[in-house]
Design a protein around this ligand. Structure first.
Ligand code: GDP
Length: 599
């Protein structure tokens, strides 16, 4: 509960802190360090283990931060750390259309630098306009580092040898450079005076605790300075919260793990919860909190409380919660009408900004927030979405994908969800491709690779079936037969001459069809095609040598206008240079008569 005194019915709530970063860069270790030190620092036991979040009161932060945080400078009650790190949970935890976390720690391994999930996290932070600090973690992993547990970082940097310090700084400057590439001006936190305009970088080690005092001091200072206004909430008003997780709890049935970020919730309150279909209207049967560590008995880890005030984590037991969704809003009705609150919940669910198109892929995700994050990344990759929904991949999704004509849209992208067995079989039967991953950028990468492979296959197919440009000359003294069919010796001047094509010649600006290329024979053997510079005997149905065609004539393969368009457009780069040149000459002939031919 907030510590400050309510003067006018409002109170200052705890800022909510999220931890993001690439896998293995130290998010969990950092949270463990904060929680572990908080428990040690707080021997009286004011640290409350919360559902899904850990509340660290200001006096405990001050103690952990050594001399860096003077509690009299602050009136915010502390910090509430969300226990599940990673941008998946960050995206899941929304409030009123924005991010639930008020502030974030972006963890970057100083020895490993920016990685794909670092970039992804930055995109999400930028999109949600969430202020953040960078924890440049694992400074102790730099060779030769000398540690002093839990010490502020500047003194530790000074205590290293020149070589170690310069190795650490190299990593730090790389991170600052990468932040700049991502559009953020950043610097060592002690050089930053305006944290709104600049990102502070805190060198640290979650393992040894070095720099942790600095990190807490920066978080606290930033919150006090820039978030204080937003932290003013009416703690007597009806609660607003977000579902973290829907879980089964023995003795209580389906329960909601939730973070309350506004107002208060009491046992017995009527609540509205966002769900897969219609919002659920129900009544709170019990509010549960973990028992303090010392009191936990294995069969009874929770105790019931009468009331929870923002910002806090709580487990809510109530009837009929089966359809509730992670990431969905929770509202206490209070003295408003159920209809108005239901409408508000419905509106918030709809505000999940997934834009769908007439054609595109089907996407499924485990929570609203992750659905939105996936949709955002797809939009950036210019991949259209036809249908987006929270939940496992079900037969209905396969039906939707099955209505698509383009091969690349016959796809379902599933993020962090299961594929129901019958859907998998159904998808296989109908040639629908399923992509499953629990890392967004990998999911998109796999899909893009697939699209590229089908585009290549399609292009090959088109190249097979399209009329290829060719011009060839009838050689002097090489008439083997005058007609029915005419058989003459030719040399290809440019392009690829293939059997079965229609042949034209240019008389002035008009193309005249002279016949049909029946066969190509090279030293008595039938061949399918002849390339530039090659000679062979060809038989042409239609003309008579000496009348429609003459020795020395240049003849062309007739290109239908539709084919010309494709050749001149999407296939131009695929054509060998001689074919491209021949195509241009052919187009020039046509366009001297009709400038828009084949366009
Ligand atoms: P997460 O995937 O981001 O949650 O990363 P973890 O917290 O699980 O850390 C990944 C690995 O890095 C673990 O083996 C940690 O012990 C190690 N690690 C995390 N922080 C530090 C640190 O500050 N220094 C060192 N040397 N190792 C660390």
């Amino acid at each position: 509960m907030a510590d400050s005194t309510p003067a006018d019915g409002t109170d200052l709530r705890t800022p909510i802190v999220a931890v993001l970063g690439h896998v293995d860069h130290g998010k969990t270790t950092l949270l463990d360090h904060v929680r572990g030190s908080a428990v040690t620092a707080d021997e009286a036991g004011a640290i409350t283990q919360h559902i899904g979040a850990t509340h660290v009161p200001l006096d405990v932060i001050s103690e952990m931060a050594g001399g860096l945080v003077d509690p009299t400078d602050f009136d915010l009650p502390g910090l509430l750390f969300i226990d599940t790190p990673g941008h998946h949970s960050f995206s899941t935890l929304r409030s009123r259309g924005g991010a639930l976390a008020d502030i974030a720690i972006l963890v970057v391994d100083v020895t490993d630098g920016f990685q794909p999930q670092t970039e992804e996290a930055i995109d999400i932070l930028a999109r949600t306009e969430t202020p953040f600090v960078v924890a440049a973690n694992k400074v102790d992993a730099v060779g030769g580092w000398r540690s002093e547990p839990n010490a502020p970082i500047q003194g530790r940097l000074d205590a290293q040898t020149d070589r170690v310090r310069s190795d650490v700084e190299e990593g730090l400057y790389e991170i600052i450079g990468d932040l700049s590439d991502a559009g953020f001006t950043a610097d060592f936190y002690w050089r930053v005076s305006d944290f709104k305009a600049n990102v502070g970088v805190v060198p640290c080690s979650a393992e040894t605790g070095e720099g942790m005092p600095d990190l807490l001091a920066v978080l606290m200072g930033l919150s006090q300075r820039y978030l204080r206004e937003a932290m003013a909430v009416d703690t007597t008003g009806p609660a607003a919260g977000t579902v973290l997780e829907v879980t089964d709890q023995q003795g209580f049935g389906t329960t909601l793990d939730a973070v309350i970020y506004d107002g208060r919730i009491d046992a017995g309150d009527r609540i509205v919860v966002g769900a897969a279909n219609a919002p659920i209207v129900t009544e709170v049967r019990a509010l549960l909190k973990p028992r303090p560590l010392a009191e936990i008995r294995s069969d009874d880890a929770f105790e019931t409380v009468d009331r929870v005030v923002a910002a806090d984590g709580v487990k809510i037991a109530a009837p009929e919660l089966d359809d509730a969704m992670a990431g969905a809003p929770i509202r206490v009705v209070g003295d408003r009408s159920v209809e108005a609150v239901t409408a508000e919940v419905r509106e918030e669910l709809q505000s999940v900004a997934v834009e769908t198109a007439d054609h595109g892929v089907v996407i499924k995700a485990d929570t609203l927030g992750s659905l939105e994050a996936l949709a955002g990344s797809l939009e950036e990759a210019e991949i259209p979405i036809v249908h987006a929904e929270v939940g496992d991949v079900a037969p209905r999704d396969v039906h939707v994908a099955d209505t698509a004509d383009e091969a690349e849209h016959r796809s379902i992208l599933a993020f962090g969800v299961d594929v129901l067995d019958d859907s998998r079989q159904m998808a296989a039967d109908r040639n629908i491709d399923l992509f499953e991953h629990d890392v967004i950028y990998r999911l998109i990468e796999e899909y893009e690779e697939y699209v590229e492979s089908i585009q290549e296959a399609q292009q090959e197919q088109i190249m097979e079936n399209i009329t290829r440009p060719a011009r060839f000359q009838i050689l002097d003294d090489h008439t083997f037969r005058q007609s029915d069919p005419a058989v003459v010796g030719v040399e290809v001047r440019g392009g690829t001459l293939r059997r079965g094509e229609s042949i034209v010649r240019w008389d002035g600006s008009e193309p005249t069809r002279v016949g049909h290329l029946k066969s190509i024979q090279d030293e008595g053997e039938d061949v399918d095609e002849l390339r530039t510079g090659e000679r062979a005997a060809v038989s042409i149905d239609g003309p008579t040598v000496g009348r429609q065609i003459e020795e020395g004539d240049t003849l062309w393969v007739e290109i239908p206008e539709k084919h010309a368009k494709v050749l001149d457009g999407e296939l131009r780069e695929e054509l060998p240079a001689d074919e491209r040149e021949t195509l241009s000459m052919y187009l020039d002939e046509h366009r001297s008569r009709d400038p828009f031919w084949g366009k």
